[in-house]
Design a protein around this ligand. Structure first.
Ligand SMILES: *Cc1c(COP(=O)(O)O)cnc(C)c1O
Length: 231
């Protein structure tokens, strides 16, 4: 059933990419497996799913240690500096860098481990007071200051728009993130070796996100079913 859901989503990714003149290979499906058991991840991985997103470090670390096969892990939850070491040692990508303090601790641990850590900057394009993410107008300064951390490979941007019933309501936030990202890329503030990554779109709105340029979509419920608790 998990594999059926993934196949269904991949088919819809293809259509959304085609309608917007993009190549479906440029859209990476991240299966968000937070609060789901290892067996669910293993089933998805065995069916060919490669990328997984997790929000809670302790929970994720246990699954990462136990899963068998070449999975790629993305950290998409809120991050504290005292957990930076654990994040760097377990995750291929960290999507939620939104302040200098976090960037600095990630860079320190990546340097200690001799790793180049791929990161994305989380931008609060919806300007919601309670939400994580750097405000659009503060993003340039954060990027400028992060240039002094060569251990961090800045791949692009991530956003979580305000909750909306209608996926179309989020289109403007997705296009704002794309425009912001393209501008910073032109200014040379991103890692030169990577294409611009845009991590945006979830179960309810990933097609709109793809139409607006998403290169990574983070889909949980539509793959694994509803979670016991929201998180
Ligand atoms: C939980 C979560 C998702 C997945 O949400 P669904 O609606 O279940 O697809 C995506 N991104 C982040 C940051 C999340 O926390």
């Amino acid at each position: 059933m998990i594999s059926d859901n993934i196949a269904h989503i991949n088919a819809r990714i293809k259509v959304a990419a085609q309608t917007s003149g993009r190549n479906a290979h440029d859209v990476r499906l991240i299966a968000v497996s937070k609060r789901k058991p290892l067996a669910a991840l293993q089933e998805a991985l065995n069916g060919g799913q490669k990328d997984f997103g997790e929000n809670y470090l302790q929970e994720a670390v246990a699954k990462i240690a136990a899963i068998s096969g070449p999975a790629i892990f993305h950290f998409i939850g809120p991050l504290q500096s005292n957990k930076a070491k654990l994040a760097v040692s377990h995750f291929d990508y960290i999507h939620t860098v939104d302040r200098l303090k976090i960037a600095k601790s990630l860079a320190k641990h990546a340097t200690d481990m001799g790793k180049t850590q791929k990161v994305l900057i989380q931008v609060n394009v919806g300007r919601e007071g309670q939400k994580s993410g750097v405000l659009p107008e503060d993003t340039e300064e954060l990027l400028n200051r992060m240039q002094e951390y060569p251990a961090l490979e800045i791949c692009g941007f991530m956003t979580m728009p305000p909750f909306a019933q209608e996926p179309e309501a989020n289109r403007r936030y997705f296009s704002e993130l794309r425009e912001l990202g393209q501008g910073f890329q032109q200014q040379g503030l991103l890692a030169a070796q990577s294409p611009l990554e845009l991590s945006m779109g979830m179960s309810g709105d990933y097609e709109v996100a793809i139409e607006e340029g998403a290169t990574m979509i983070r889909v949980g419920t539509a793959i694994f079913g509803v979670r016991d608790e929201q998180g």
